[in-house]
Design a protein around this ligand. Structure first.
Ligand code: ADP
Ligand code: ADP
Length: 226
């Protein structure tokens, strides 16, 4: 059973723009998978649909066999999403943002506190736990987004351009962190427009352009073609 299975996904925005023209995709458990494509290709739209923030026009999405429409609450438990834009309250304290998220997933208070500590330490944010989010640097905010997406220990983590606008040093440490999480068994999918990022992290890749998947292969084979 696939970690993510997308079939014939279509999106036509209210404006009439066909952002997705029937894409299909399967990602196996344990994979580290890249969705690579230029700006405007449809990457964020795809992630928006998977996270139920964007309404799809047609097609199906299953997460570990759970349909995001029919089995929403199970699918939600399996899934962690790191969107591109910071969407937490800048006035809340770092640890409160994470505790709220844990509450949303129904975690008991003690369990939640343990996980908050684990992820803040792993991501180098422990010293900032009592600080309001607005006082964090851009890179710290990015890491807070990752901690929040992981708080319920999802089996599938999807990140939308996780290192966009992040400096090279932080990018490398985020890569190391993601590799660790993947080695511990979490399936990871990230979107990127940097081939270098896909090459450094991922085993398999889908190339999306203008709302269509134009290639679906291993990174190894992709690099041999170039
Ligand atoms: P839906 O079909 O999912 O309801 P809409 O087409 O109504 O989506 O658009 C949602 C919002 O995104 C609107 O406020 C719209 O102005 C905005 N929007 C329109 N075009 C773009 C674009 N090219 N990129 C990002 N946002 C856009
Ligand atoms: P990517 O993440 O690959 O840059 P997107 O999924 O954001 O691509 O966008 C795919 C296409 O859909 C683009 O042409 C974009 O302008 C358009 N688009 C995105 N959001 C909206 C929206 N809310 N309303 C109308 N068009 C949109």
């Amino acid at each position: 059973i696939a970690a993510l299975s997308i079939r014939n996904l279509e999106k036509v925005y209210g404006s009439g723009h066909r952002a997705l023209k029937g894409i299909s995709l399967e990602v196996q458990p344990g994979d580290f998978y890249a969705v690579l494509g230029p700006n405007g290709a449809g990457k964020s739209t795809t992630i928006g649909i998977i996270s139920s923030l964007v309404r799809k026009t047609a097609g199906t999405v299953e997460i570990f066999g759970k349909d995001i429409d029919k089995d929403f609450s199970e699918a939600k438990q399996f899934l962690g999403i790191v969107p591109q834009e910071f969407n937490f309250s800048m006035f809340e304290k770092v640890e409160d943002i994470l505790l709220q998220q844990a509450g949303y997933y129904g975690l008991a208070r003690q369990d939640a506190k343990g996980r908050v500590e684990k992820y803040l330490k792993a991501l180098g944010l422990w010293d900032k736990r009592r600080s309001p989010a607005r006082t964090l640097s851009g890179g710290m905010k990015r890491r807070l987004m990752i901690a929040r997406a992981l708080i319920h220990d999802p089996k599938l983590l999807i990140l939308d351009e996780p290192t966009a606008g992040v400096d090279i040093e932080l990018r490398r440490s985020m890569w190391d962190f993601l590799r660790d999480i993947n080695e511990q068994g979490t399936t990871i999918i990230l979107t990127t427009h940097y081939l270098e990022e896909a090459e450094s992290l991922c085993r398999n890749v889908a190339i999306i352009d203008n709302g269509e998947i134009v290639q679906n292969t291993s990174i190894k084979k992709l690099l041999q073609q170039l």
